[in-house]
Design a protein around this ligand. Structure first.
Ligand SMILES: *[C@@H]1O[C@H](CO)[C@@H](O)[C@H](O)[C@H]1NC(C)=O
Ligand SMILES: *[C@@H]1O[C@H](CO)[C@@H](O)[C@H](O)[C@H]1NC(C)=O
Ligand SMILES: *[C@@H]1O[C@H](CO)[C@@H](O)[C@H](O)[C@H]1NC(C)=O
Ligand SMILES: *[C@@H]1O[C@H](CO)[C@@H](O)[C@H](O)[C@H]1NC(C)=O
Length: 808
């Protein structure tokens, strides 16, 4: 007898238990033959709130039967004290060894300990159903569940384990099902499938759920009972349900773009359409004013978005003008809102617009304001905000039907597609009309005045332009589609260092260059992980290439991917502009480089102006040769990494404060001058590149020699006597090269000529160039000499003609 002698006074209670058991379908006969099954549940922290229910019981069985009779699920024992309980707090679970007090009547059993109680289950808990089903984690789209299941291994009732184990039902599987109870979504809800997991599992994660939605989740245990003749029998052996909710998600769909109704000097009245959100409640509507400068493509950074004052401090051209509540039914109607009425809405002041334009109008540009919206959704202390951005079509009422342009790619490309279709359609129509009109006119003309003259007139109106075939495109990659471009981009940048967005401080208005992929602005990196002393060491000035990915055409996309792949091949090198990493959000990419503001070109030109009386420049011959040597070493390094530069000029090389060269390898050269004119590369390009875009290391060698010549010429313009690219190719073919200044001696100039061989294979390589320059450096003044021999040397200094170097 595992439980020891049962006292006679308890047999009545036992009879009641038997009745109970029979009523839940267990054969009375079976139970009479074997002892009823009790679970030892575990050792838990003592609960003082139970003391008022106290009874005395010398051993667990007495206590269990008593509690069961009263309809309780747990019997709690501490020495001779017995309590009943219905709940079990899993976090109160203690180490089994703490419950070491032996029970008075049966020393084989345990009855609590110091500050702890021993818990036994009554038969009401006999089913091994999932107990204590709970949500352990949730996100926008998932809910993680956990539960306890008392398997046979938990039958720790001392001395009884082996005898009882075979009788326990084994859980074969859990069936998990969830149903939507409450949701914000108006999307058709799809039925969640029923999941089946192994009976040994005690955790499950439901995924692909709708955000901010309440679910009724049930977990049912399916048990298998061994039957002697008929095989195994499956039946449900208990279930548990909970209600659980996913987190609020980013508002979707994007709100309609506000429609501009009227404007005055200080205000703009907009119409706000009702906002709907499938991923949570709409809590607040933010009205955002953006001052648009047509000349710049400005990034929009939600982290810098704030009040008008914040915008002033950070120098960003957008701010939140109002925070409108969205909790009353009338908020859901189409509303009018006056931007700039100088009232307070929530945390923000709706500043009159004139104040803003005064700030920004210093360049006499007409001000141009876009009104955008932010949708804020808050649920259970979590807030998600979607910012949308209005486009120029906000002003063009004819385009109101395509009325939103948000950050979401899908939608903006739909808009773009629609606009393209309309434009294309109009063009087609127009050309058809023109065609028939001209045909009509020609026929009439023929009829009236004979044919020759009018036919001639027509060809004059639409001449067929034969384009000089000097620039057909040879790219290694075909222009990818936008989708595959994004994928390729993602995989290309995967290896790059990521800079957290909040570590970057952007000077959005300090645009130092503009290239094919977007602007180059300045900024700083604050290194976050350096802790509290970061202020001193970790701040680095940087140049940020702002990539406007959506604006790139196929060829440019291919070029960008190629340049990024090249960047990946390069290591940190003291002669290359340092690449710090990328900071990317869904919509904007910043490539962050070391900031150097002084290009080699500028340094050379400025050295002329500061020259002492008897010299052409403040620079020494030694330093100029040093630069040529450093540049050829840097180029040799690129060659060893199989990287072609393709756009090497004195503008793509920088000189640091301590006169070290820093070669920029990514992107086109920065602006040529403060007028933001772009560089025309052709004066630096090898003839085979000018002719048919054929780039090799040897074409980089040609460009290098042009930069080396600029060093000698103190920033002079190569081929200052040749006007444009077309003549340039002819001149080069005819043997013209940048001229030899009088103060550059034969050995050095010959080295340059060796780089300027018409036939690429006859040009020397970068290792040879570096070696040659190194030799010349042993006696710099015999390679070139910047001394002024007579007063008219100014004439012999090569001319610097910036307008020849820019493209118009
Ligand atoms: C909850 O889920 C998030 C995201 O899946 C995870 O980062 C976090 O560690 C989880 N928390 C717990 C307690 O499991
Ligand atoms: C949740 O689902 C279970 C079974 O699927 C059901 O018994 C229970 O009543 C439901 N709860 C609510 C609140 O609807
Ligand atoms: C908001 O308005 C739309 C239609 O205009 C309606 O379908 C929706 O139920 C309204 N929502 C609320 C919260 O009143
Ligand atoms: C929400 O946050 C506040 C303060 O942070 C806290 O007092 C409150 O209990 C939280 N509410 C919920 C539901 O988490």
């Amino acid at each position: 007898m595992p439980f020891g002698h049962r006292p006679i006074e308890n047999s009545l209670v036992f009879f009641v238990v038997l009745l109970l058991l029979s009523s839940i379908g267990v054969s009375v006969q079976e139970v009479l033959e074997e002892e009823p099954v009790y679970f030892y549940v575990g050792c838990y922290t003592a609960r003082t709130d139970l003391f008022k229910e106290l009874v005395y019981a010398k051993m667990p069985q007495t206590c269990i039967e008593m509690c069961e009779h009263q309809g309780h699920r747990y019997a709690v024992l501490a020495a001779e004290k017995c309590f009943c309980a219905n709940q079990l707090e899993p976090q109160q679970k203690q180490d089994e060894n703490l419950c070491h007090t032996r029970c008075m009547a049966n020393k084989a059993q345990y009855c609590g300990g110091v500050g702890v109680h021993s818990y036994y289950s009554t038969t009401l808990l006999r089913q091994p159903a999932p107990h204590h089903l709970r949500m352990v984690n949730s996100s926008e789209n998932s809910i993680s569940l956990a539960w306890d299941a008392y398997g046979s291994s938990k039958l720790l009732l001392a001395g009884a384990a082996e005898a009882l184990a075979p009788q326990t039902q084994q859980i074969a599987n859990f069936l998990i099902r969830c149903r939507v109870m409450q949701t914000y979504s108006t999307l058709p809800a799809f039925q969640q499938p029923e999941f089946i997991v192994q009976g040994t599992e005690t955790r499950f994660e439901l995924t692909d759920l709708q955000p901010a939605t309440l679910y009724n989740i049930s977990v049912r245990a399916i048990c298998v009972q061994k039957q002697q003749q008929m095989g195994d029998e499956e039946n449900e052996c208990g279930h548990a349900t909970i209600m659980a909710s996913t987190e609020v998600g980013l508002p979707s769909p994007a709100p309609a773009q506000p429609k501009i109704l009227t404007r005055t000097e200080n205000t703009i009245t907009v119409e706000l359409a009702p906002v709907h959100n499938n991923n949570g409640p709409v809590t607040k509507l933010l009205v955002i004013v953006e001052f648009v400068d047509n000349a710049l493509s400005q990034p929009f950074d939600a982290q810098l978005l704030g009040s008008w004052q914040d915008a002033q401090q950070n120098g960003v051209p957008y701010y939140i003008a109002a925070e409108l509540d969205y909790d009353r039914p009338e908020d859901n109607r189409t509303r009018h809102f006056v931007v700039g009425d100088n009232k307070r809405y929530g945390r923000y002041r709706n500043v009159p617009l004139e104040q803003l334009s005064d700030e920004h109008n210093h360049q006499n540009q007409p001000d141009h304001v876009h009104i955008s919206l932010g949708v804020e959704s808050t649920l259970r202390n979590i807030t998600k905000t979607l910012y949308t951005r209005s486009g120029h079509e906000q002003h063009a009422s004819s385009l109101d039907d395509f009325s939103y342009a948000t950050f979401e790619k899908g939608q903006s490309s739909v808009v773009a597609l629609a606009v393209t279709c309309v434009i294309f359609g109009s063009c087609l129509l127009l050309s058809l009309i023109t065609y028939f009109y001209l045909r009509y006119k020609t026929c009439h003309g023929r009829g009236l005045t004979g044919r020759g003259r009018n036919a001639h007139e027509m060809t004059q109106q639409t001449p067929i332009i034969e384009r000089e075939n000097n620039g057909y495109l040879v790219e290694e990659e075909l222009p990818p589609t936008l989708e595959s471009f994004k994928q390729q981009l993602q995989s290309t940048i995967d290896g790059f260092e990521r800079l957290p967005r909040n570590a970057l401080r952007l000077n959005a208005n300090d645009v130092i260059g503009e290239g094919r992929y977007g602007e180059i602005i300045t900024g700083r990196i604050n290194n976050m992980d350096d802790g509290s002393t970061a202020a001193t060491a970790a701040v680095r000035d940087s140049a940020l290439h702002v990539l406007a990915l959506d604006d790139l055409n196929g060829t440019t996309q291919a070029q960008l991917l190629r340049e990024l792949r090249q960047l990946r091949k390069l290591q940190h090198h003291e002669l290359l502009l340092d690449f710090y990493g990328i900071s990317a959000s869904a919509d904007w990419f910043y490539l962050v480089f070391e900031l150097q503001r002084v290009s080699l070109k500028r340094r050379l030109i400025e050295s002329r102006q500061a020259a002492p009386a008897l010299r052409l420049t403040v620079l020494t011959e030694q330093l100029v040769l040093q630069w040529m040597y450093e540049l050829s070493s840097a180029m040799a390094y690129l060659g060893s990494c199989q990287v072609l530069h393709r756009q090497l000029t004195a503008y793509s090389v920088f000189v640091s404060a301590d006169s070290k060269l820093k070669l920029s390898v990514f992107g086109p050269p920065h602006y040529v001058n403060s007028n933001r004119q772009q560089l025309d590369l052709c004066r630096w390009l090898a003839p085979e590149v000018l002719r048919h875009q054929h780039h090799t290391t040897k074409s980089d060698v040609w460009s290098f020699a042009c930069v080396a010549w600029e060093c000698c010429a103190l920033g002079g313009t190569p081929y200052a006597n040749v006007a444009n690219g077309q003549q340039l190719l002819e001149s080069i073919r005819a043997g013209v090269r940048p001229a030899q200044p009088a103060y550059v001696y034969g050995d050095l100039y010959q080295l340059l000529l060796n780089c300027w061989q018409l036939e690429p294979s006859e040009r020397i390589g970068f290792e040879d160039v570096a070696f040659g320059v190194r030799q010349l450096m042993t006696s710099a003044r015999h390679a070139l000499c910047f001394d002024r021999s007579s007063s008219d040397t100014m004439e012999t200094l090569p001319l610097y003609l910036p307008m020849l170097e820019t493209s118009n």
